[in-house]
Design a protein around this ligand. Structure first.
Ligand code: FCB
Length: 497
């Protein structure tokens, strides 16, 4: 890896950093006239902004296919709490969030939305919304406290109750095996830098499949491997908090190896479907110079093809391998047969879309659209259409599901007991419409999960950023449907946006 590559990778815009960074980004609207980042920030979520739609609930008359499944998503560490109950071990996020200065306000997932105790009530809420699918994750340290050995039955029982409860309410479970909460004991032996951890993951997956395999029709392996790479090992603002590009891409390889091994483990156990959950970003050149097109192509390699080509085509993109260099730990870490494991046939691809990137000649990014409270997010619904149609065009008709898409807003519980979030409604409506256009263009999109069902622990941002359809009043743990949740119920009922 050259010094230049190293430097560029460390600069890479990473998800979910602190909002302070927003002030530093350069911002330019589509017209090319420079405006301040502050005015872009003001536009999203603000009902008084001149750009806000005064009637976000307005229907667009787009009807979805009859079997389309509307859903919502969460993840274990972000909602469960009960960090020390029923034999759960510590994860790297317990360690990280308890380390002073790592999360906003020192927030941790110790209690979170207390879903571990309130799951039945939360399932009733999902039923009330009319959800047809629920995407959640299983906590590895609940199933294996130290990441190895015999499965903890009490941990598995929790997920059994959850899955049974979903079926009782007519909601399809979609379970993710790993949403970033690596058992701390495995980090202590090197974490994802240690190839053996991929094999430990396969054992864990096998134990989960044995316990739940047939009751869960759709499995997802690893949530956003790229975020682990970029935020955990480049930006360092997610667990395990490192800034080491050489380690980062070795981790990328081992995460994908783990994915492939888990796919194979499922085949031995059940005929349920399985696939990866990838956060993908449409990458556009910031200008029409040929050098910018070249820089954008490489950016796309790191953001998208590194994960898509390996899993769906059985080869890492050559431009990324060349850029990392033959002496990089990743390239040296690829063994014969690894790509065959990584590209074990999958049944579906889970897509998570939040933001596009506009890439400059120098390989940096700049902003074109209003951002949200999450400084890294630009609101660009058209990106959803571009991304979905590109996947189908480049990788064929693999069934797609959207497993995350959403917007954080400064939601407040009003004196009237209501939470009004028209900005979120507008955001979702426009993204749903873009997904609808993609379906009409031939994209086999089966379902859509809004991030998130309810407010939760947003990693380094703690509880300050609210992404839910349902408001969580943390001191009382009361759940209140936001205006967007009421609207979403209507969309689901009519299957029409
Ligand atoms: C995604 C994560 C999810 C949540 C959203 C806002 O990258 O998978 O847990 O943090 O961003």
């Amino acid at each position: 890896m050259t010094v230049l590559t190293r430097r560029r990778l460390l600069r890479r815009a990473a998800l979910s950093a602190t909002a302070a960074t927003a002030a530093r980004v350069s911002a330019r609207p589509a017209s090319g006239v420079a405006i301040s980042a502050a005015s872009l920030l003001a536009a999203a979520c603000d009902p008084d902004s001149p750009d806000a739609d005064p009637n976000p609930e307005r229907r667009l008359g787009m009807r979805f296919p009859d079997d389309f499944r509307w859903g919502a998503a969460t993840s274990a560490y972000q909602i469960e709490g009960a960090a020390k109950e029923d034999g759960r071990g510590a994860s790297i996020w317990d360690t990280f969030s308890h380390t002073p200065g790592r999360t906003r306000n020192g927030d941790t997932g110790d209690v979170a939305a207390d879903h571990y105790h309130r799951w039945a009530n939360d399932l009733d809420l999902m039923k009330d919304l009319g959800l047809r699918s629920y995407r959640f994750s299983i906590s590895w340290p609940r199933v294996q406290a130290d990441g190895t050995g015999k499965a903890n039955q009490r941990g598995l029982d929790f997920y059994r109750r959850l899955v049974d409860g979903l079926h009782e309410r007519g909601i399809e479970p979609m379970a993710t095996l790993f949403h970033w909460d690596l058992p701390q004991a495995l980090q202590d032996v090197g974490g994802w830098e240690n190839r053996d951890v991929a094999y430990r993951f396969a054992d864990y997956a096998a134990a989960v499949f044995e316990a739940l395999g047939t009751a869960v029709p759709d499995w997802l392996t690893i949530n956003e491997p790229k975020t682990v790479v970029q935020n955990g090992y480049l930006g360092g603002h997610h667990a395990p908090g490192l800034r080491d590009p050489d380690a980062a891409y070795l981790v990328a390889h081992h995460l994908q190896l783990a994915h492939g091994l888990a796919v194979r483990a499922l085949r031995a156990e059940s005929d349920a479907r399985i696939g990866p959950a990838l956060n993908l970003h449409p990458c556009y050149p910031a200008d029409d110079r040929p050098e910018t097109a070249t820089a954008t192509r490489l950016y796309d390699g790191y953001e998208n093809r590194l994960y898509l080509d390996s899993i769906l085509r059985g080869a890492y993109p050559q431009d990324v391998l060349d850029d990392l260099g033959p002496r990089s730990r990743m390239v040296r870490g690829i063994r014969d047969g690894d790509l065959a494991v990584i590209s074990s046939p999958v049944d579906l691809l889970a897509v998570q879309y939040y933001t596009p990137y506009y890439v400059t000649t120098g390989g940096d990014t700049e902003k074109r659209w209003p951002t949200s409270e999450a400084f890294w997010q630009q609101i660009f619904p058209e990106g959803m259409f571009d991304l979905l149609t590109r996947i189908t065009r480049d990788y064929g008709p693999i069934p797609l599901t959207i497993t995350e898409n959403g917007l954080p807003c400064p939601d407040e519980l009003g004196a009237d007991g209501a939470v009004s979030d028209p900005g979120r409604i507008e955001f979702l409506r426009d993204h749903f419409a873009a997904a609808h256009r993609a379906i009409e263009a031939g994209v086999p999109l089966e379902s859509y999960h809004v991030w998130s069902l309810m407010d939760n622990f947003e990693w380094a941002e703690g509880y300050d950023q609210r992404w839910g359809l349902v408001y969580v009043d943390y001191p009382t743990q009361r759940r209140i449907l936001k205006r967007s949740a009421h609207w979403y119920r209507g969309v689901i009922k009519d299957n029409t946006v």
